[in-house]
Design a protein around this ligand. Sequence first.
Ligand code: ZN
Length: 163
Amino acid sequence: MTQATLDTALQSLDTANFTSLACKECGEEYPAAATHVCEFCFGPLEVKYDYEKIKQKVSRETIEAGPNSIWRYKEFLPVATDNPIDVGTGMTPLLRANRLARRLGLKELYIKNDAVNMPTLSFKDRVVSVALTRAKELGFSTVSCASTGNLANSTAAIAPMPD
Ligand SMILES: [Zn+2]
């Protein structure tokens, strides 16, 4: 990581609802910058959120007033920008599953149909929209991924990163 990228990452924290990254395995903390695994144990890194800050910003009304996409939940996502890459990802329907509910002994059961996500009809559109928005705000102009299929498809579809 370059110093410029780290500086950009740290500047974005002024408006962000997250403070740092932490290793899920050993707890080591890192700046909220482009770091993919723990340098000590190779464990995955998780975003640490400022829930008090989120509580002050978010209400049912602010969420309902948001765009018709995952970006209405922006305050819960690890991005600082007010200009996310919004290609209509999210807002997929819940389907009532009466027979499965009966079989499981439940009164009601709904299944989220992410097979109608945009733009590639994959749940991967969610993570790619968020990851590329963060990559863009950190100053990256090129992205890549290791994939067996739908992640690469989603990355290719969203990567042009329109403004
Ligand atoms: Zn670790």
